[in-house]
Design a binder for this molecule. Sequence first.
Ligand code: OGA
Ligand code: MN
Length: 284
Amino acid sequence: MSITVTPLSAACGAEISGIDLREPLDASTVKEIEDAFHEHVVVVFRGQDITEEEQMAFANAFGGLGERRRSPNGNTPGGSYDTPFMFVTNIIDEKTGEPIGAFGDGEMWFHHDTSYYEKPHKATLLYSITLPNSGGNTCFANMYKAYENVPADLKAKLEGRKVLQLHDYKRRERIDIYNSDISGMLQYEQPIFVTHPVTRRKALYISRLMSAKIEGLAPDENEAILNQLFDISEDPSVVFEHVWKKGDMVMWDNYASIHMRRDFPRDQPRLMRRLTLGGYGALN
Ligand code: OGA
Ligand code: MN
């Protein structure tokens, strides 16, 4: 099998065609996909019709699956934890009245997945099953480019510092760490600049949704610098916007990108089936 890789924007993202994800992959195809993934940060496979087993077999070709954890304060969203799959959806179970998955409705701000774990997951694989008639696009920011765009004096000031990554299953609101009890929330202090273990390239590692506090900064300066970094990370020049079609499978590099979801009509179901890949280890 030989795949075709077509870049989708100047920021990041490439479509991989010439592949049927129902079929087992040979070693050279796995290597070609990995190379495209590392180069383009986000890879898109279109027109796929895959079962859970096939999605899992595909994911397993790139490393072990990521572990799912509940937060100590119990705010973890619905859906079963007996499976590595998570549904990303606004669909409510009619019998229980509970969501059948996570991340419900509407816009979701830029974030890394599992930046609040000691060992963040290296990739997320999201497969679209049901889509609203409009909206719900997912935007990906290339954090290698964002790193390059941090002014030199700010880079020098922040080099070697950590940032607290915090998650309480909010979608579009920052946690006010100065006035909340964060003890039961999933959290971890990560380097603010990370080196990708495979590409060895440096990436900015902050996001509007989850980055709360830079080590050693007073509240005012913390907010000012984080806001500056959020703007750099979300600049349209570093962002690729994916418009979903049913049967798309998108796999993103969670060390080198952040992502956000655009709003969509609340009365229309959206259902995505998600797996993650375990990490390379602690970030540095
Ligand atoms: C995720 C996520 C966004 C979307 O699955 O981690 O952020 O567009 N999804 O559903
Ligand atoms: Mn996410």
